[in-house]
Design a protein around this ligand. Structure first.
Ligand SMILES: Nc1ncnc2c1ncn2[C@@H]1O[C@H](COP(=O)(O)OP(=O)(O)O)[C@@H](O)[C@H]1O
Ligand SMILES: [Mg+2]
Length: 364
């Protein structure tokens, strides 16, 4: 282990929080940081980064630019991420200069679907059956070994369903591997789930843990459409799901908010799909429906403050505003709901442009 800086005491208001990644998650983290009196410095490799508009400082540079990273590290008291595809080498490099949370190992595991599924399975937590695939022969063998419909996914850099394909025969697995440009992949057994859910939870620097009520998540075209709390999960399943997230967070020595995506089987069994080492889209409703939002919670964790109250005081439905739907803002603005628009210029198809959260009185 090298001598990585860590925080010896909680950071006071006024401290500088570095955020790697410039999307809406970074934007909402910067807003939450500001509410607690912190300053934010967003680092992104894209000039059109919607988090830039709400940050105190911004750096536009590549994630491999060591001079820019060093300057960024010097300007920040702690650094975090809003984006899991930041190279883990970037996190390791930054960690030589400044406290980084969550740690680079969590990032490295979560950004590689094979490492991620292997890590989860080794903890004795259920996942879909999976195999590593590096060539056509392995694609065909993996399909036969898993036996049945499967999903071929690129090992790295997938998001919103990009880089994955459903396959129903060994031959389709081979063609899909070619279609995904022969990059390393995993083949995963298709899970015939009843619904999807997620645990958004936080672990503090003192090892404390707080989880939000797990929402039910509905996807359209592989993009999250809607998260609803309460979900149909029974109380014992909520406890089980929360315990899974806690175990994962502890084993990663995780600091900050993480998302654990779950498939809920028709028999009620919980299967972990993936881990997001960051605040999660399925936790956006916490802004309106909880005392402490996931964004504030993440900031609290990384600066060494006590975790806030994750209890939910209302039922909530969060819907993403995707692509051209953003043009409907005049109608959305009339609704008695929490409207969030991310300030992105181009309403490209499939792009997350905002979200809206509708509350109703607490039912359970
Ligand atoms: N093994 C699987 N069985 C059934 N559906 C799946 C499987 N893997 C992924 N999906 C569907 O595709 C969505 C996106 O896949 P996911 O692995 O979460 O990748 P991403 O990184 O794009 O979010 C999931 O939320 C789920 O709806
Ligand atoms: Mg996912």
């Amino acid at each position: 282990m090298n001598n990585t800086p860590s925080l010896s005491s909680p950071l006071p208001p006024g401290a500088n929080i570095g955020i790697l990644g410039g999307g809406q998650l970074g934007r909402m983290l910067a807003l939450a940081a500001a509410r607690l009196g912190f300053k934010s410095h967003v680092y992104s490799d894209e000039s059109e980064s919607c988090a830039f508009y709400v940050a105190n400082e911004r750096t536009r540079a590549n994630y491999g630019d060591e001079r820019a990273l060093e300057r960024f590290a010097r300007a920040c008291d702690v650094v975090t991420f809003e984006f899991e595809n930041v190279p883990d080498a970037t996190a390791h490099f930054l960690a030589e200069h400044v406290a980084v949370a969550p740690n680079a190992r969590s990032l490295a595991i979560a950004q590689d679907r094979f490492l991620e599924k292997s890590f989860i399975a080794e903890l004795g937590i259920a996942t879909a059956g999976f195999r590593h695939v590096e060539n056509e022969v392995e694609a065909s063998e993996a399909f036969r070994a898993l036996g049945g419909p499967a999903v071929l996914k690129t090992q790295r850099f997938g998001y919103d369903g990009k880089g994955q394909q459903l396959v129903k025969t060994a031959q389709e697995a081979v063609s899909a591997f070619s279609a995904l440009k022969r990059v390393p992949c995993i083949l995963e057994r298709f899970v015939d789930f009843a619904f999807e859910a997620s645990v958004v939870a936080a672990r503090g620097r003192d090892g404390s843990f707080a989880a939000y009520d797990p929402p039910k998540n509905e996807h359209e075209n592989h993009i999250l459409r809607r998260s609803t709390v309460p979900s149909p999960l029974a109380p014992d399943k909520i406890a089980e799901a929360t315990a899974i997230a806690k175990r994962i967070a502890e084993k990663l020595d995780y600091i900050g908010v993480l998302g654990v995506e779950l498939f809920v089987g028709r028999d009620g069994a919980l299967i972990v799909n993936e881990i997001a080492p960051r605040v999660h889209n399925s936790g956006h409703w916490t802004i309106e429906a909880c005392v402490t939002s996931q964004f504030e919670q993440h900031i609290r964790a990384v600066v060494g403050w006590p975790l806030g109250n994750a209890a939910r005081h209302s039922d909530a439905v969060m819907e993403n505003i995707i692509g051209e739907e953003a043009h409907r803002w005049p109608g959305l603005a009339k609704q008695p709901a929490g409207l969030h628009l991310y300030g992105k210029r181009d309403a490209r198809p499939g792009r997350k442009m905002g979200h809206i959260t509708r509350l109703s009185p607490l039912s359970k």
